[in-house]
Ligand binder design. Structure first.
Ligand code: WT7
Length: 603
């Protein structure tokens, strides 16, 4: 049977390739590959006697700084107003040594947890690497978070150190400083010249200058925690996914196989460093292979982005569907003024990549976007469209060698049924044991256990497998919202709305949006004595935005009558969503029947 038109594969992209892709025979490699081989490849030439040879920062920077890549550009920062700052592997190694010494000199105790709350600045890379060298755990936060999401995460992660800017400190940290008892030092990237404004706030530049450039990494094991990334679930507080030093093995292999990176590539990952993509594929994976990173300090801007691709001669570009759709909506004329002939591979992650976007990439850049799928919990790319394989526009691709994927159906007794037909649809599950698998949800062992059944990690995503073994994204199995690539937990938003004196009940859903994928929509029931007016709506939107920040706060609020609930009192967000979208309401057997007709809702 010939594939449906939307499933018809595009030929593999090889036109701009002088050499074969790093992964040229997917099928054979998939059958033969073992993760132990990857570790050997990564450690080739390494001094495996050194007790720190498995430390991520040693493997991705110091090792290159001690070899032929020593003077190669590791990081080029494009600042505001056209200034640039360049760092070779040797310089990045020396500066991260200094940062490690800064942490040691501050006498913070063993394994400090270093949070960052900054935009895209070079100090973020230096701090991440220096923290790993010092045996600490690095936890990036998104600078567009408001004080509330920041506080929740820093308290849960027992932050020891925070890297931030003066402006962000004043606006977001000063109001919550008193509720962060574990925080011993704030390192200000851009503090004015008077150092040590108070006891715990330091000017990072002064500390770096004063610190020694020589640092010996303490012994590091593969299972030592390295990174902490917060992610959101349907219920409860955000979850802190813990990753260990061994994760670098998966970052390295996926950088080679999926992004096809090699030493000398100019690589641009547009992801914000406050999310897992920004560290896994913005820092670790590309440095592991010896590429040059481009870091753009500024926000999205179509012309500047095209100019960066052209002027920096970017060869490999990793971006996200929302950005691609924003470029598409900006029109073809702008793109046509630029030369993208050096671009060898473009890839995307974070949300469904529509077939139009894949094809638009081919027309505009001469190479289609390669969709990739993974999660905070998986730590690295699990499913991808590989350069040597035909792309099916709209499909996420095939599993990486070393990754066993199944589609499963959860049973009521907690077990799972594996759907073993060639074509199937179910929850996407991954056989446990890949190097970058999260090792814990911080302080929540039960929640961690719930993600696994019979040796499978259950992703919470629904997917379909076609006759050729490609996986297609179907939807989330839970109520989390994906807006502009950012995962948003409805509970976090609802809790903030409930803190307003007028709000009796709140439920939050993702409303489809052509560019951002979904936008946050809140349904709110008011307490007696409050009228559903436009000015109250504006007040609530402002209230939420101030506390949550623009990336998380609802975009719109609808005043509603009592919200639909199960008999046990759980708000049925799915039903609200179905009603909002005019979709079938599904199984309502658990619905609490005393719910008044929604026509009674205040308008
Ligand atoms: C969720 C994970 C993106 C990695 C880092 C952020 C959705 C991810 C795709 C894709 C459709 C995708 C899933 C997943 N997602 N990639 N290619 N197509 N959906 O990870 O914030 O933990 O988000 O993003 O729903 O579970 P995250």
């Amino acid at each position: 049977m010939s594939p449906a038109p939307h499933e018809r594969p595009l030929p593999a992209c090889a036109s701009r390739w002088d050499n074969a892709p790093n992964l040229s025979d997917y099928t054979t490699t998939y059958v033969q590959f073992k993760w132990s081989q990857a570790q050997q490849m990564l450690l080739q030439g390494a001094d495996t006697e050194a007790p720190y040879h498995l430390n991520i920062a040693h493997l991705i920077v110091d090792r290159h700084a001690a070899g032929p890549l020593r003077e190669q550009l590791a990081l080029r920062w494009l600042g505001p107003d056209g200034q640039t700052r360049d760092y070779s592997y040797a310089q990045l190694s020396a500066l991260s040594n200094r940062f490690a010494n800064v942490l040691q000199d501050l006498d913070l105790g063993p394994n400090p947890t270093v949070f960052s709350l900054t935009g895209r600045v070079p100090e973020l890379y230096i701090a991440a690497l220096g923290t790993l060298k010092a045996g600490g755990v690095f936890c990036p936060l998104y600078a567009a978070f408001g004080p509330e999401p920041i506080r929740t995460r820093m308290v849960a992660g027992k932050a020891t150190v925070l890297l931030t800017t003066t402006a962000l400190y004043r606006k977001k940290i000063a109001p919550i400083r008193a509720s962060l008892p574990t925080l011993k030092a704030v390192l200000l990237v851009d503090a004015p010249d008077s150092p040590n404004a108070d006891d715990t706030n330091y000017n990072l530049q002064h500390l770096l200058t004063a610190a020694a450039e020589h640092f010996v990494i303490p012994p590091t094991t593969t299972e030592q925690p390295a990174l902490l990334h917060f992610t959101s679930g349907t219920t409860g507080q955000p979850k802190g996914a813990v990753h260990v030093h061994e994760a670098v093995v998966a970052h390295y292999m996926s950088a080679r196989w999926v992004l096809d990176l090699r030493p000398g590539d100019v690589y641009w990952c547009t992801a914000d460093p406050g999310w897992v993509t920004g560290t896994s594929y913005g820092i670790i994976a590309p440095l592991a292979v010896g590429a040059t990173l481009i870091c753009d300090a500024q926000e999205f801007h179509p012309e500047r982005w095209y100019r960066i691709l052209q002027e920096q001669r970017v060869t490999v570009w990793y971006t996200a569907p929302t950005a691609i759709r924003m470029l598409m909506s900006h029109g073809a004329q702008t793109a046509a003024q630029f030369d993208f002939s050096q671009l060898r591979l473009t890839a995307s992650v974070g949300e469904p990549l529509n077939p139009d976007a894949v094809n638009w990439g081919r027309t505009t850049f001469g190479t289609p976007f390669h969709d990739t799928w993974w999660q905070t919990e998986t730590g690295s790319i699990m499913i991808a469209n590989f350069p040597a394989l035909a792309i099916k526009p709209g499909a996420m691709g095939k599993p990486l060698p070393g990754i066993e994927v199944a589609l499963v159906q959860r049973q009521e007794d907690g077990s799972v049924d594996i759907l073993d037909t060639t074509e199937a649809q179910g929850e996407l599950a991954l056989r446990t044991g890949w190097p970058s698998m999260f090792r814990a949800y911080l302080n929540e062992p039960a929640r961690y256990q719930q993600c696994f059944a019979h040796g499978w990690y259950l992703s919470g995503d629904l997917a379909r497998r076609d006759a050729d073994g490609y996986y297609w994204f179907v939807g989330r199995a839970d109520d989390v919202i994906k807006s502009a690539g950012h995962l948003i937990g409805p509970f976090e938003v609802e809790s903030t709305l409930l803190a307003h004196p007028a709000v009796a009940e709140a439920a939050v859903i993702g409303k489809p949006d052509a560019v951002a994928g979904e936008l946050v929509l809140a349904f709110v029931t008011l307490k007696a004595g409050y009228a559903a007016t436009d000015s109250l709506r504006r007040e609530l939107l402002g209230f939420a935005r101030k506390r949550l920040g623009p990336a998380v706060a609802p975009r719109s609020i609808e005043f509603s009558g009592p919200l639909p609930k199960t008999r046990s009192g759980k708000i049925l967000r799915r039903l609200l969503k179905a009603r909002e979208l005019g979709l079938p309401e599904g199984d309502l057997s658990t619905l609490e029947t005393s719910e008044p007709d929604s026509d009674n809702a205040p308008k």
